[in-house]
Structure formats: structure tokens, C-alpha cells
Design a protein around this ligand. Structure first.
Ligand code: ARG
Length: 598
């Protein structure tokens, strides 16, 4: 809970013999992990864990240490603390303290719901597909994770600059254009699908036919030199691809637009400067005709290969690495980024390490700017192998999204048919529900897993209404909203009732379940901070799940519309309102749109 964490840290520090020795960075992370939500039934709202281990490390008696920490907590105005066994301190927060915090967080128009404003300038590289092909599952995770991070950082107040570093340059374009220009092929460049077929054909020829391959390479050289005719064809291909990508972004509801596109081609004119600067600095070495920077730090990562960062292949134009060096400099110099995030597949983690290393040695990445690889694992099929179509092909993103939406629609339709009371939905509403739940499910399944790990893409489990899924959370939101609607309807029917559901009173916490829900609501800033610090979105997802559970417990234990008295009813309605506000905010940060009924 915000304010509690620093307080605990300070108390631990004060109880430690060598003040200043603890917390070190490692200890800080460790101590932070101590604070967790209580499991219901035991005493306390917050548990400070790990004191036994800390006492051992500090060579102190654990009981005395825990007692010291407690007295240093100076907790009386916010609650009570008790030692529980040698390793734990349980803190029970007082109702007045929680009520005051609820008021500050939800009733004073705080747009960040308790999160401290961050003033950072963050460049996030995400999505970044290679063009001239349809987007496929390999682009999904970067797009979804990057979008959530952009939203979270913007919410916290940072300036976020999205960079869609599309692969719009290089051999594949030379190849494609060579193929298109062959009289034998009739082409419709306006359709990406046609383009994709052409791409496959071109690749076959490229690999089999030396003449063709040479012509393809010549085209690349011409393109790099600014040949007008070549550029025109290139532009056409890029435009069709980007329109296709934009359609996917719009369907997914990610915030990327055309103005965020800053692809490889953008850096073309700067690449010789990069080579020149690296040469002047003495970093660039000619190795078997190629220009490379040695990166001995990563020797062990290379297996039998050489630890080199390939800036320019022998005569053959610049590579991916050169472009990324130009890009990192652009992000620092021109975009004025202070924090650079690269949301890229873990398979490129060596590339990122080398890039950051070479960039800092070259002074492109100054010490006051951080660059982080936000890596992620592979999307696997149910067979635990990289996700493929039944026939072994790559899965197109448009098809995958469509399937999720259809399945979600079907589920909503079945449920609708079984409905005996409540809303019956029109076909149009069912489609809307299917679309939002389908997208929400795909996003949530991805964001709720630890991003470093591979994860199994399984529509059945992500569309379940039970457990840690988008449908469960979206449904919890509709329930919280329907209580408010129910109250309004009851009030409308009863002309003597005061308009309780519209008033804005701060809740009074009487029942255990209310207390727990309040604690959970107030944990949001801490949980969001974790996402801001680590770019691990699952912290927010786990939090959302806990919030939905705390709400369910509250809902089961505390009648709202039939509350014992008017004041309690208003207070509980206010709890419903702020909970739904928090749910909508949290889901929104994950890029998930809520529904009012479903
Ligand atoms: N286009 C690349 C790919 O599909 C990803 C680019 C990621 N961003 C970057 N700055 N390297 O593998």
C-alpha cells in the first residue's frame, strides 16, 4: 500500500545495526517483495515477510528485530501491527485511515487514482513488423505488450513516443520488385494478399535463380541510391502493407497510427554517418570484408561464432544492426528520449545487448539515458510447439483475431439463449460482445503471463468465465455496474427514496469484506509502480484479478440495494461505483474495453 512501503523500509533500516548498509538495491527488491496482500481469514491487511531471513543475514535475534521494526513503524495513527511467528509482521489498517485514503484517491478528482505523477520521456519501440507480408502471430505479443506499456506510462504522466520500427527496407523489397517487373507476372499491387503470394514466389526464385538474385540485389542498391522508379514501386508496397497493419491495429484497439511509423528506411541516409563515426572512434574493424564492432562482453553467447556486431556486410549494404544504431541515436538526440524500451522477441536479446553496448561505447547512448530490452517468449500452440496452422503454416493475425471474436460471439449467443431473466441481446449486441470479449481475451491471456516465458495460446481457456481471464474481469465490471443501475431503478420506483445512487459520499467501512475491498482498491498505485519499473504487465493483471475477487466477496457478504439502512446503502453503492471505476481504469490500461452488460 502506498506510503506503507517506504514506512516499512525505513523501519527495517532503523532496526538494522549498520544504518545505510541495508537496504542495498538487492535488499530493497527483497523487502519490497515482503509486502503482500493478506490471504483472508488471518489477522491483518498487509503482511511484512522475510524478517527472519533478514535477521539472520544481519546476525540479529529475530524476535528483537521484529519488535524493533514494529516500534519503528510508528503505526498508531494508521493501524495496529503484530508479530506473527518470527518471520512476519501483520499490519491491520484502521478504518478511518482507509476511509481517508479512499476519499483522497476517488473523491477529489485524482486522474491517476493515487499514482504519483512521473515526468519522464519514454520511447517505446513496439509492433515493428516486417512489411510486404501480412501480419502474423509473431507480431502479436510485441503489439499487445507495447500498447499496454504505452498506456500505463501515459497514465502515470510520462511523455510516450511510440516508434513502429517496421522492416520496410532491404533485400525483400529488391526481390519483390524484381519479380513484379518481370513481364511474365501480372500484378495487383493494391492488394496485400496478392503481394504475399508474390513474395513467396519471389523468394523461391531468389533462392534458386542466381540471375534473379543478382537483379534483386541491384534493385536494393538502386533503391538505396534513390532511384525514382524504384522508389515509386517501393512506396506502393509499403503503403499497402501499412494500410493492412493499420486495419489490424484498429481491430485490436491498439493506439498505433501511421504517424508512429518510423521504419528502417527512415535511417537510410544516416547509415554512412554511423559507419563514419564508429570508424573515427576506432570501434569499427574490417573482418573478412565486413565492417564489424567486436563485442567481447558477450563472447559466451556466441557458441562457435564470433562476438561481432555486423554493421556493414561485405560491400552488400547495411544491415539491421546499422539501422538500429542510427535509430538509437535518433531516439536520444532528436526524440529526446530519457528511457528507451524495445519490445522485441527474446530471440533478439543478444542483438539488443550488443546494440546497447556498442551504442554506449560510441556515445550514442549517454549514461543518463537507459535502454531496456523488454523481451518476451514465444507463443506456443496447445502442442507446446511454436504456434502454427494445422498444416504447419504461419498463422495470420487477422484470422486469429477473427476466430477469437467468433468464438466469443458464439459463447455469448449460447448464454443468451439460456437466459431466463435479465437482458436478452440483439444480434448486433452479441457481435459487439463477441468482438470485445474476443480481443480482451487475447490481450489478457498474453499480458497476464510473465512475459519472459513462452506461453500457450489456447482460445478455450482464455475465453473461460472462471479464473484469471478477461471474460471473468469484464463480467465482474458489468456486475458492479448493474448494482448501480438496480439502485437507480429501485429509487425511481420508490418516490420517497432519496436519490442515493447519484450521491457521492465516501464509504464507511463496517464489514470485513468492505474493509478488504478498500485495502485492495488502495493497493493500485503500488501495483502499477511495479509495472512502470519492470515493464511486467502481469502485476497489473494479478491485481485486477484480486480486485474482482475482493469485489465478489463484498458483493456476497454485503447487500447493497437491500442494505439495512439508507446510509449503509449509500456507502455500499459508493463502493460499487469506485470499484467499477478502478476496474475500468485497470482494464483500460491493458487495452481492454469494458461492456456495460454482457
Ligand atoms: N522488424 C523486426 C522483426 O520483425 C523487429 C524490429 C524491432 N525493433 C528494432 N528496433 N530492432 O524481427
Amino acid at each position: 500500500l502506498k506510503l506503507l512501503r517506504p514506512r516499512v523500509l525505513a523501519a527495517v533500516q532503523k532496526a538494522s545495526p549498520a544504518a545505510g548498509e541495508i537496504p542495498t538495491v538487492a535488499d530493497c527488491a527483497y523487502i519490497n517483495a515482503w509486502l503482500s496482500a493478506k490471504s483472508s481469514g488471518t489477522f491483518g491487511d498487509i503482511q511484512v515477510r522475510g524478517l527472519l531471513q533478514a535477521a539472520k543475514r544481519l546476525k540479529l535475534d529475530p524476535h528483537t528485530f521484529a519488535a524493533d521494526v514494529i516500534s519503528n513503524l510508528e503505526i498508531s495513527e494508521i493501524g495496529i501491527a503484530k508479530v506473527d511467528g518470527p518471520g512476519f509482521i501483520n499490519i491491520e489498517l484502521s478504518a478511518p485511515f482507509l476511509e481517508k485514503r479512499l476519499e483522497e484517491t476517488f473523491f477529489k478528482g485524482d486522474p491517476r487514482l493515487g499514482v504519483d505523477k512521473v515526468e519522464d520521456r519514454i520511447v517505446i519501440d513496439y509492433s515493428s513488423p516486417n512489411l510486404a507480408k501480412e501480419m502474423h502471430v509473431g507480431h502479436l505479443r510485441s503489439t499487445i505488450i507495447g500498447d499496454a506499456l504505452a498506456r500505463v506510462h501515459r497514465f502515470a504522466g510520462s511523455e510516450v513516443i511510440a516508434q513502429n520500427h517496421v522492416g520496410d527496407w532491404g533485400t525483400q523489397f529488391g526481390m519483390l520488385i524484381a519479380h513484379v517487373n518481370d513481364a511474365s507476372t501480372s500484378v495487383d499491387l493494391d492488394k496485400l494478399q496478392g503481394l504475399e503470394t508474390l513474395y513467396v514466389e519471389a523468394k523461391v526464385r531468389f533462392d534458386a535463380d542466381k540471375d534473379f538474385a543478382d537483379r534483386a540485389r541491384e534493385n536494393v542498391v538502386k533503391l538505396q541510391a534513390g532511384d525514382q522508379a524504384m522508389l515509386k514501386q517501393w512506396e506502393q508496397i509499403v503503403d499497402v502493407s501499412l494500410k493492412h497493419a493499420q486495419k489490424i491495429y484498429d481491430t485490436l484497439g491498439v493506439l498505433l497510427t501511421r504517424k508512429d511509423v518510423c521504419g528502417e528506411s527512415f535511417y537510410n541516409n544516416d547509415l554512412h554517418n554511423v559507419v563514419k563515426d564508429l570508424t573515427d572512434l576506432g570501434l569499427l574493424v574490417v573482418d573478412q570484408g565486413a565492417k564489424v564492432v567486436f563485442t567481447p562482453l558477450f563472447q559466451k553467447d556466441f557458441g562457435k561464432g564470433k562476438p561481432i556486431f555486423m554493421v556493414q556486410k561485405g560491400g552488400d549494404g547495411f544491415g539491421y544492426a546499422a539501422t538500429d544504431l542510427a535509430a538509437i541515436r535518433h531516439r536520444v538526440r532528436n526524440l529526446k528520449g530519457k528511457r528507451l524500451l524495445y519490445v522485441i522477441d527474446n530471440r533478439q536479446s543478444l542483438h539488443c545487448k550488443q546494440l546497447f553496448d556498442v551504442a554506449s561505447r560510441a556515445g550514442f547512448l549517454p549514461p543518463d539515458v537507459t535502454a531496456t530490452h523488454v523481451g518476451f517468449g514465444t507463443m506456443m500452440g496447445k502442442d507446446k510447439k511454436p504456434f502454427k496452422t494445422r498444416t504447419g503454416g504461419t498463422v495470420k493475425l487477422a484470422e486469429l483475431i477473427g476466430e477469437a471474436q467468433d468464438r466469443a460471439y458464439q459463447l455469448a449467443k449460447d448464454k443468451n439463449a439460456r437466459r431466463t431473466k435479465g437482458d436478452v441481446f440483439s444480434e448486433e449486441q452479441l457481435r459487439d460482445i463477441g468482438n470485445k470479449v474476443g480481443i480482451g481475451a487475447i490481450k489478457y491471456a498474453d499480458l497476464s503471463k510473465h512475459r519472459d516465458k513462452d506461453y500457450i495460446f489456447d482460445l478455450d481457456s482464455m475465453l473461460q468465465f472462471e479464473g484469471n481471464t478477461a471474460p471473468y474481469l469484464m463480467y465482474a465490471y458489468t456486475r458492479a455496474r448493474s448494482v448501480a443501475r438496480g439502485a437507480a431503478a429501485a429509487d425511481a420506483a420508490d418516490s420517497t427514496a432519496v436519490a442515493a445512487s447519484t450521491s457521492k459520499i465516501v464509504p464507511r467501512l463496517q464489514e470485513r469484506a468492505e474493509h478488504n475491498l478498500a485495502v485492495t482498491l488502495l493497493q493500485f498505485p503500488d501495483e502499477l509502480q511495479q509495472v512502470l519499473d519492470t515493464s511486467l504487465t502481469h502485476h497489473l493483471c494479478t491485481y485486477m484479478y484480486r480486485l474482482a475477487q475482493a469485489y465478489t466477496q463484498f458483493y456476497n457478504a454485503c447487500p447493497v440495494i437491500k442494505a439495512p439502512d439508507a446510509e449503509t446503502r449509500e456507502s455500499r453503492l459508493a463502493m460499487c461505483t469506485i470499484t467499477s471505476q478502478m476496474m475500468k481504469t485497470g482494464l483500460g490500461l491493458l487495452g481492454i474495453q469494458v461492456l456495460e452488460t454482457m
